[in-house]
Design a protein. Sequence first.
Length: 322
Amino acid sequence: MSRVLRPHHGMCFQFYEGKGYSEDFTDHMGRIIREMETEPSQIIKLQVGTDIVCENCPNNEAGDCTTADKVKKYDEEVLKACGLVEGDEISFAEFTELVREKIIDAGIRSDICGDCSWDYICREKERILRAVRRIFKMESILDEALRRMDDAEEAPQEFLDYQTEIKKLDEYYSSQDWKNDYVMDEDGLLPKDLKRGVLSEDGIYDALERNKELMERIKETRMVKHVILWTLKDELSAEEKAAVKQGIKEGLEGLKGKVPGIVDIKVNINGLESSNADLMLDSTFENIEALKGYSVHPEHVAVADSKVRTYTKIRSCLYFEV
Ligand code: SF4
């Protein structure tokens, strides 16, 4: 047979720490919780009225709670938040999970029972729970970040792809949350076995510094694409345009081997009729420094001055890392 439980007691169970209306009451409530937790698959029937917990309560007057209006409201709000109705039968484990997810994790517990005399206990436990979850999450980001930093040379893209997560670590480190978590740890409020490298003096700082150095190094060694689309001047005849395009192609492609850092350089002069540009430079450089050197290199400047600038009216350009 299912045991009767009033819905709001599902919330009380979450943070119960042995405080209650009388010794008799707390002994009884502690025993009920232990029994439920030992056999979480047992079925409970949800009832807006006195239940198994109320049995030893001094507020229970012959089956009626003296604070009935207040606790009835709690019950109804718990049912609503969990998507349940009075009379529903559900396993204790399932009900506990619903309360955790829909009320505690959703952060609405104090909206439901913030006027309860034990609210201060739940409030403090929720604060610790949030800190533990936050620290746990930041620890996993830190672990993964360190792993990707170790492998950054062999797998730079994997390292770069993790920068959004590393930014979260950076934001956490300079946030009020980090200071609060640190103080909570100092005050001995966090579980002893909680991994908390992120709260150490230099844990995150060292990782962020290392990340900065690696980012700079990778940036220096990343190849850069440099693409230009040109439109030739209108006054040129079709024959002149063909000759200019050929001249630009030979001039720029001929720079490979003369200008350091060019990985590849191609000029496409055979665009389809539907194009609205006349030719395209598609070049790749060893890194951003090589591209900077190319732009001022005398061999390149000579080609640009003699073969390109005089004949072009529109120049659109795109740079990107590869
Ligand atoms: S206060 Fe009311 S609802 Fe709470 S345990 Fe006592 S009798 Fe039950």
